[in-house]
Design a protein around this ligand. Structure first.
Ligand code: GLC
Length: 423
């Protein structure tokens, strides 16, 4: 794993000043572990450099962490379980507060309250424990969206799809046309590997057909119903048709690679892919729209996003919290919205002219961000990870032909009911 030490420690640096040698102030070292998808890592390094220029007594080390959410969680848990002070700040998935709260400090004790003004309430609530502790500072929102090739819709005289059936039909028309010249061309790519990202795709299929989000807020298991069966059977039919079989091994960046090469008509992904798509030489014109609707429901985007928590085992909690507030500030959220198309958690930034100019997606999507469907992490805490694994594992078996759709849903229902009985 790449490890970037962005400042060589100068704690023993000797400065020459006015004929005297002065020992520079000892530095406090802060280590932050973040993600590396798209351009996100680089923006943290840039922000850390700015912060250090203003705070010469702080040295910040930015390390990356595994790409897939649950692998990152496993990696972080090894530090938490050893009560390690090696990492001070962790990038926390929106679904983790219930899992990690015992290891993270209450940022309200370090002045978060005054920093929270203007952040979306629903994220603040998501990151607040029932006891009122803020265990992660809101940093960026994610919501699933449909990317489409405007140039190809124009070529085949098609409109942007609004339903899954329209998507299917249009993907097939474009794919069959393009394959005459380009045998690698496919209709629709998404995330089908057995991991957390598949859970978010499944949530969108089911919620957009009014099939619920697996476990209701009253903690009832709702996954086994006709609407979900309809959607799962539909998705199984896509594989080997509009969707290549390889999707069952894809995470976000795999689908983006196919799309970026100009080899897919449609892609489901998060906002980070927007700015990167603008750099693609193979794509003349593209757009983003909401996730299609099923026959019984309305478009539903899965709520994602990442926030910043400070470890209880850090030796420098106050300093780490201060850097967290800087990273979550309007200035840095704006920079990240522009440079990495990461959606802010500060509401008014959706009105910011510079952001809208660089990323028109923010103008169209602020409502979608604010209304995205959460995974059932609050009602299943602290067992959300097991819930998600039950969902994605069984569905993955259905996608690869080892289960029929009904058996997969029945198995998930049984597993979730069992998990909901755990103490
Ligand atoms: C994105 C989302 C995150 C989700 C992950 C799944 O990073 O922001 O919430 O868990 O994708 O792959």
């Amino acid at each position: 794993m790449k490890k970037a030490i962005i400042l060589i420690l100068v704690s023993s640096l000797i400065l020459f000043a006015g004929g005297n040698y002065i020992q520079a102030e000892a530095q406090t070292e802060i280590t932050i572990a973040v993600g590396e998808v798209g351009a996100e890592y680089e923006t943290v390094v840039a922000a850390a450099e700015n912060y250090m220029a203003d705070n010469p007594d702080i040295a910040i080390e930015v390390i990356d962490s595994p790409e897939a959410s649950e692998e990152r969680l496993g990696y972080f848990l090894t530090y938490f379980e050893q009560e390690s002070s090696d990492i001070d700040i962790y990038q926390i998935d929106v679904i983790w507060p219930g899992i990690l709260q015992e290891h993270l400090v209450d940022l309200n004790q370090y002045g978060a309250e005054q920093e929270l003004e203007g952040h979306f309430d629903f994220i603040v609530e998501n990151n607040t424990t029932p006891e009122g502790e803020l265990i992660a500072m809101p940093w960026f929102i994610d919501a699933g969206m449909l990317y489409y090739r405007q140039d190809l819709l124009d070529k085949y005289e098609l409109e942007v799809p609004k339903t899954w059936s329209e998507l299917e039909e249009k993907a097939r028309i474009i794919m069959e046309g393009e394959q005459e010249e380009n045998p690698d061309f496919v209709g629709y790519v998404w995330q089908g590997a057995p991991y957390e990202g598949l859970t978010t795709n499944i949530l969108e299929w089911f919620a957009s057909n009014d099939g619920g989000n697996f476990v209701s807020s009253e903690r009832d298991v709702t996954i086994l119903n006709d609407n979900n069966l309809y959607m799962l059977e539909k998705v199984i039919d896509w594989i080997g048709d509009i969707t290549p079989v390889a999707v069952t091994g894809f995470i976000e960046e795999d689908s983006r690679a196919v799309w970026h090469e100009g080899n897919a008509a449609f892609m489901r992904n998060w906002p980070y892919a927007y700015g990167l798509t603008e750099e693609s030489e193979a794509i003349e014109d593209f757009g983003v729209t909401s996730i299609p609707a099923g026959p019984e429901g309305e478009s539903a985007s899965a709520l994602g996003g990442w926030h910043l928590g400070v470890s209880q085992y850090s030796d420098n909690i106050a300093e780490a919290a201060d850097f967290v507030f800087y990273l979550a500030s309007e200035e840095i959220q704006k920079m990240r919205a522009i440079e990495a198309s990461l959606p802010p958690t500060i509401e008014k930034l959706y009105e910011d002219e510079e952001i809208k100019e660089k990323n028109p997606l923010f103008e169209e999507f602020s409502d979608i961000f604010a209304q995205a469907v959460p995974r059932p992490s609050v009602q299943t805490a602290p067992y959300y990870e097991a819930v998600s694994e039950a969902v994605f594992s069984e569905v993955h078996l259905a996608l690869t032909g080892e289960r029929d759709a009904l058996t997969a849903l029945e198995n998930i229902e049984l597993e979730l009911e069992e998990i909901m009985e755990w103490e």
